[in-house]
Write a protein that binds this ligand. Structure first.
Ligand SMILES: NC(=O)c1ccc[n+]([C@@H]2O[C@H](COP(=O)([O-])OP(=O)(O)OC[C@H]3O[C@@H](n4cnc5c(N)ncnc54)[C@H](O)[C@@H]3O)[C@@H](O)[C@H]2O)c1
Length: 324
């Protein structure tokens, strides 16, 4: 039997379970090592998925010598794990956002490029078959306006999430999915202006961020976009709508396309298992060296981070920020 691809995990909190499940389920992969600074989480993951446990990423990589790594770290903890993989030429898949700090992300991107390392960023919506169908259709029509966002209640699950200095805030941490989809379907951005609301949710040690923001984005194509974020809403809503003279595409909930002149909107196909598709693309790239199945590599992930980072800068300065 062919040798299995051995995968090491750095950061084994909540989201790692999805990746670990895929690596356990695939017939050609196995969990080689687990690394986390929290011994309780490590123990729990080892009981469920196996693998040798470590507190230090470098030690793990040198001990288990994996073929690939999966990084599921909070935004404030990026850097050392990526550099440890890069130094050892270990391809890595990492959770979004790639960083909370754009300059630090660019530094890592330069090192990844120097080594031509295979990377993948978990913007898993790109693997959704409905999004891919929408992308194909949208390609035939000019777009003028994109609008939507990520509106929800104040989250309490992660101590780091609502501390802006640790997570970068909602636009970096969560709405980044929307900024990424915007780019995936409508191309790159040229500039951003952002207003924010603050002080409506009581500030505390665990909550010190914007309650809501509205970012206006000028796209290179000439289209405009408005992407809203809120951690101060009563309902949940994650949507993005693309529109132009001949088309409206709704992504979120029921994904559908309304073409000019058609009576009824067209429903897009089933999403498929996006997590599995994303993990499979990465593992296949590691096995074959062909990185074409990967929908978002590190450099691409940095471009999506750039929009939220520019929106944060605009919030602080009150000025529009150019994206280059
Ligand atoms: N793609 C998605 O839809 C999706 C969904 C959920 C989370 N995420 C992303 O995944 C990342 C992690 O989120 P989570 O929900 O798993 O967070 P989490 O807090 O549950 O887990 C993070 C883990 O990293 C560990 N950790 C922190 N610093 C470390 C270090 N230096 N070395 C090793 N381990 C370290 C923590 O102890 C914790 O167990 C975030 O960036 C989040 O945005 C993505």
């Amino acid at each position: 039997m062919a040798k299995k691809i051995r995968v090491a995990f750095i950061g084994t909190g909540g989201i790692s379970r999805k990746h670990l499940q895929c690596i356990t389920d695939f017939k050609d992969t196995e969990v080689a090592g687990l690394c986390d600074v929290n011994p309780d989480v490590l123990k729990e993951r080892q009981q469920a998925f196996g693998g040798e446990t470590f507190a230090d990423p470098e030690k793990m990589l040198d001990t288990v010598c994996p073929d690939a790594a999966v990084l599921c770290l909070p935004p404030f903890a990026h850097g050392p794990a990526e550099m440890a993989c890069i130094k050892r030429n270990i391809p890595f898949l990492l959770e979004k956002p790639v960083e909370k700090d754009l300059a630090a992300a660019r530094k890592i991107a330069r090192e990844v490029a120097k080594r031509k390392l295979i990377t993948s960023v978990a913007y898993q919506r790109r693997y959704d078959k409905r999004i891919q169908a929408a992308r194909k259709i949208v390609g035939d029509y000019p777009l003028t306006l994109v609008y939507g966002g990520w509106l929800g209640r104040t989250p309490h699950g992660h101590r780091w999430l609502t501390q802006k200095k640790l997570s970068g805030g909602q636009m970096i941490e969560q709405t980044t999915h929307m900024f990424d989809l915007l780019r995936f379907l409508a191309g790159d951005a040229k500039g951003v202006f952002c207003y924010g609301a603050k002080g409506f949710i009581e500030k505390s040690k665990l909550y010190n961020t914007d309650d809501a923001t509205s970012a206006v984005i000028q796209m290179k194509s000439g289209a405009v976009a408005t992407i809203m974020s809120s951690w101060s809403s009563t309902g949940l809503g994650v949507t993005l709508t693309f529109s132009g003279p001949g088309i409206t595409v709704q992504c979120g909930g029921d994904c559908q396309v309304q073409l000019a002149g058609k009576e009824e909107p067209e429903k897009l196909p089933e999403s498929g298992n996006v997590n599995e598709a994303q993990e499979r693309a990465f593992i296949d790239a590691v096995k074959t060296g062909d990185r074409s199945p990967i929908m978002c590599d590190y450099a691409d992930g940095v471009k999506s981070l750039q929009i939220s980072a520019a929106a944060n800068e605009s919030l602080e300065t009150g000025k529009p920020v150019a994206i280059r």
